[in-house]
Design a protein around this ligand. Sequence first.
Ligand code: NAD
Length: 274
Amino acid sequence: MTAAADNPAAAATAAGEQPVCRRLVGRTAVVTGAGSGIGLASALRLASEGARVVCADVDTDRGKAAAEQTGGLFVETDVTDEGQVEALYKAAYDTYGSVDIAFNNAGISPPDDDSILTTELDAWQRVQHVNLTSVYLCCRQAIPYMRRQGRGSIINTASFVAVLGAATSQISYTASKGGVLAMSRELGVQFAREGIRVNALCPGPVNTPLLQELFAKDPERAERRLVHVPVGRFAEAEEIAAAVAFLASDDASFVNATDFLVDGGIAGAYVTPQ
Ligand code: NAD
């Protein structure tokens, strides 16, 4: 696996050495799954651009640590629980007076979600709840605040597997991300004239601890995937966070209802370089 160390641009981003603009001063951002990976990198990036960040996670220790790092608020939230999601958005509004950015990002990818031939109903349903129903619940809470303000940016984390089939199947995960993508597009269209943009973020494989552990144990498994990535490496979480900050900001004022791919060219590739 090619690490960030071999890629100066990714390494500089990861080390926080990129010049950061201040596009989000005065904005309130709610980030779910803020305790780890893409959510944590994005919470930090949004805060560095001036946003007040509300960190939501089911993991109290990680969520609290994220809030400390961003100087924001931690709200313990299980995103599958309607009452907790309602309380999350209320806490954001009550504390900071607005809900301008909703990054609905929490998601799971458990090992018992695999080929359709071996994935049992309970695994299917668990993944649908955490990855898809949660996005419905979060959007349902965020949109009324944004309508009242006449402004808002919602970014829902889908995945490149929402637009590409994988023979290394995780059937419920893929279906859930397809649902996130279609729901985001529809909401983006429905609320466009009320100043609300909704985009589905579609990351390619990201170099998170989970992925590192999995592929360190099984290099063949990594190689099976890397061959399809034109740039020849996985993304760093900070590279995904940069896209989140863009979509959250007014720089993306005409970017709406998209499948926003940040995948190193995977979805556009037929034959990749050797
Ligand atoms: P991660 O496991 O590093 O972080 C996910 C966070 O979500 C964790 O802090 C976890 O505690 C939290 N979480 C899990 N269930 C929750 C729940 N019910 N309520 C609240 N919080 C909960 O994962 P990541 O790799 O950063 O992935 C973030 C998102 O990006 C997910 O939706 C994932 O499907 C998507 N994604 C990841 C990759 C990748 O390669 N890592 C690629 C494409 C899309």
